[in-house]
Design a protein around this ligand. Structure first.
Ligand code: 5RP
Length: 229
């Protein structure tokens, strides 16, 4: 369910700027996806130059890349992230839809645990109000009752199909993903609360009230928005 439309240069600029925010001696949450991958590679270069950090991965993808580029890893059992960096599929102000890579459960966990959460995107992710599909990770045994509940909430759930595997996507946590179409999400916070209360939903991709800053990589450079709390 990717909505990627930006250029690699735009993503790289956003990721690299976020990597500059990581201070020596800190713990950084490593999001998932092609934009965050640029931040992880830039962090690997800084570690090569002597930066002392530890990363907390949000997926097999980010863990493997961190190991490849030399970013030491730790876990939420042993450390709390000072800063988390992650991409998004849709951004309206500081509200996000995430989960295009089906990693949103661990991504939300790490972003919530961090002192500061910085989002890195290209301009194609920006919108006036959240719309489109909300990824919902569900326990395998819950997909049918959860689908009915989501329909009752006005959504249109579709089981995410795997590519290069027959059948559904199975997440890093062993669950399934329902991509839930909603016409226009007028109140993201209200829908997020409703989805969070449905038994069988492990996590949904609405990230409301979590982001502290959004860095948009553009053809000309970067634009950074800071949230005032
Ligand atoms: C993974 C995510 C990603 O952060 C999101 O899909 C953006 O990815 P990309 O930077 O490749 O466009 O939420 O679950």
């Amino acid at each position: 369910m990717k909505t990627t439309g930006g250029s690699e240069d735009e993503k790289r600029r956003a990721g690299e700027r976020a990597a500059e925010l990581v201070a020596d001696g800190t713990v950084v949450g490593l999001g998932t996806g092609s934009t965050t991958a640029h931040a992880i590679r830039a962090l690997g270069e800084r570690v090569g130059d002597g930066l002392d950090i530890r990363g907390i991965a949000t997926s097999y993808q980010s863990a493997d890349l961190a190991r490849e580029v030399g970013v030491p890893l730790t876990t939420l059992d042993d450390a709390a992230p000072d800063l988390a960096i992650d991409g998004a599929d849709r951004v309206a102000g500081f509200d996000l839809i995430k989960g295009g890579g089906a990693a949103h459960a661990r991504e939300k966990l790490v972003a919530s645990a961090a002192d500061r959460f910085v989002v890195v995107v290209d301009p194609s992710k920006e919108c006036d109000s959240l719309d489109g599909s909300v990824p919902v990770e569900v326990l395998p045994s819950a997909r049918t009752p959860v689908s009915r509940t989501i329909e009752a909430l006005g959504g249109d759930p579709t089981l995410r199909a795997a590519e290069r595997k027959d059948g559904p996507v199975v997440t890093d946590n062993g669950n399934l993903v329902l991509d839930c179409g909603f016409d226009r999400i007028e109140e993201p916070g209200g829908l997020a609360d409703e989805l969070s209360g449905v038994p069988g939903i492990v996590e949904h991709g609405l990230f409301v009230g979590l982001a502290d800053a959004v860095i948009v990589g553009t053809e000309a450079g970067v634009e950074k928005r800071e949230r005032s709390r």
